[in-house]
Design a protein around this ligand. Sequence first.
Ligand code: C5P
Length: 407
Amino acid sequence: MASGNAATASLAGRRILLGITGSIAAYKAAMLCRLLKTAGAEVRVVMTPLAKQFITPLTMATLSKNPILVEFFDPENGAWNSHVSLGEWADCYLIAPATANTLAKMATGVADNLLLTTYLSARCPVVVAPAMDLDMYAHPATQQNLRTLAKRGVRIVEPAEGELASGLTGKGRMAEPDAIAAFVGDLLTEKKKTLAGRRLIVTAGATIEAIDPVRFISNHSSGKMGYAIAGELAARGAEVTLISGRTALPVPPGVERVDVLSAEEMYNAAVRAFERADGAVMCAAVADYTPAEVSDTKLKKGDGELFIRLRRTRDIAAELGARKGGRLLVGFALETDDEEAHAESKLERKNFDFIVLNSLRDAGAGFRGDTNKVTLIDRTGREALPLLSKREVAARIADRIEAFFAR
Ligand code: C5P
């Protein structure tokens, strides 16, 4: 098992070296440290000199229950803070937040503070959680540095989109502490690569159907469930192509993402990828209707009513179902009434191997949230799962997928 509590459970007894750099997101390092400690990890903290301006060593020392390391020498007594032994001590070196400056120095091997010398000597897995303004993050120099680091094996917890300290909104906000802790937990979990050699597609998120250059029709799907599934399948060794509508979610580690907007684009991407796949999980909330004509110019408002004629989109799942042969196909159903009967009819109609039913009637299920309550239905029966995190639901779905391939 690889997710949720299982991921953080794997932090128990592990040694995490937490590196903090000079970003406003350093305040989140306090919560991150607490989460790691609560999960049973031993935490030591190394800070850059500038990081001390954002969060005090006293706070971090109290939370980590260890003295904070900043300088090469203790100025009081001359004791040497060995970056080599710190790097050897750690099971994981987690730099969160990681500024553009520190990432650039890591990529080029600059070693002008203890945090960086420790990076150069660390033999353990290194994880960075970038935090910066959107333009700094998008800058080709930063992107190049991240690619360089990724090629050298540094794992990157992608920043999220959202409001930034500058007041701007965009990508660059450090991932939330619980996501970072789970990422590290996952990394330290020795996962059995039970799906190694399998090529799987996951569709996720909402599609966007243009009305004119400005407006569109879409739905509330956040993509969280599909992203959790893609991450889980990749963690179990599958080669995963995530065909994704627009979301603000980071790409899970090891997953290849193909971005699409409309149902038609998703159809084309899915049909193409399915040619060489062993299976697909259809988690996307695909529009059933799209405007029959898309205006090239912005529709002007008039006094009366406006009618937009819609035409049906193609059903991607049904198309893959018709082509699948002995391959795996998993569907989702979101129902508001007569749930099981509707889901069972989709199981047959779209030729799914099993279908995951969410009911909008259940509290904590469905769109946007981090939890879900689902029933797994196949031709042999129904399994109603309790309310679980989407990561745990993803793990249960992945268990079923493993069982399918083990037949
Ligand atoms: O018929 P309904 O939309 O409720 O079916 C839901 C299932 O079918 C989901 O797995 C969804 O991803 C998939 N689907 C699709 N293409 C469509 C509509 C739904 O793949 N055009």
